[in-house]
Design a protein around this ligand. Structure first.
Ligand SMILES: C[S@@+](CC[C@H](N)C(=O)[O-])C[C@H]1O[C@@H](n2cnc3c(N)ncnc32)[C@H](O)[C@@H]1O
Length: 229
């Protein structure tokens, strides 16, 4: 598994939430739909959050569902430190367990009703994503669901550059800083592995999910709901 702790270092972790402002319209929409998709879970559901980062998804869902319990796992101690402070501030710590590591470090004995893996998989520079979807499926109850969202696209498709142009326009609208498309493309290739959406769907089915339903796309961010048989 490639290491991303150099990206999610102490300085970046502290300003992660503020830097996410540029994606706030996309993010609000994504999180509202996630609340809708998870709305039928039991009142005492257990939710696994893979790549929890600074805890955005836990905070939103925990306030909506006072009986849910959460496990967040993330390899970055710096992101987890910010997350832990936030959970404490929000009065949510007693319902949350944080684990420094990867999904395979989450004990398999107690199964989860649902898992979230938001804006994580594109950092795994492996065409099979290092088995992350399989490791998540192994930790879900029967009929448990995974909500996955990631930056996706077919970078060799001739149409990709026009999608990227819109993506860059969004960033520029917030930063007021001109970006060259080819520079952004090189940066994406260096740090991320974007897969065509259909490839992610195939990986989810290969991991044993019975279905992988696309429920979201906003610019380059795609989201799926995958249900375990
Ligand atoms: C862009 S942040 C997303 C955080 C949060 N899920 C959100 O939506 O705001 C990506 C997070 O994934 C974590 N990460 C990177 N590789 C990972 C892996 N293989 N397994 C789990 N988490 C990983 C990083 O440390 C980072 O905290």
């Amino acid at each position: 598994m490639n290491d991303t702790n150099d990206i999610f270092n102490a300085e970046f972790s502290r300003q992660y939430d503020a830097s996410g402002e540029r994606l706030k319209d996309i993010s609000n929409n994504l999180h509202s739909l996630i609340s809708l998709l998870l709305g039928n879970l039991a009142s005492d559901a257990r939710v696994l959050c893979v790549g929890i980062g600074t805890g955005t998804e836990i905070v939103r869902l925990a306030h909506q569902h006072p009986g849910w319990r959460f496990t967040g796992v993330d390899p970055s101690p710096n992101m987890l430190a910010v997350c832990a402070e936030k959970l404490e501030r929000e009065g949510l710590s007693d319902r949350c367990t944080l684990i420094e590591g990867h999904v395979i470090d989450v004990p398999e004995r107690e199964k989860y009703d649902a898992a979230l893996c938001l804006l994580v998989a594109h950092f795994i520079q492996h065409p099979q994503r290092g088995g992350i979807y399989q490791h998540i499926a192994d930790r879900l109850k029967p009929a448990g669901q995974l909500i996955a969202a990631e930056i996706a696209g077919d970078m060799v498709d001739p149409g990709f550059d026009s999608q990227l142009k819109n993506w860059v326009a969004l960033q520029q609208a917030y930063t007021q800083r001109e970006r060259d498309i080819s520079e952004v493309k090189a940066e994406l290739s260096r740090r991320l592995l974007l897969l065509p959406p259909r490839q992610t769907e195939a990986l989810l089915l290969d991991a044993g999910f019975a279905s992988a339903q696309s429920f979201f796309q906003s610019l380059l961010i795609h989201g799926w709901q995958a249900i375990k048989p």
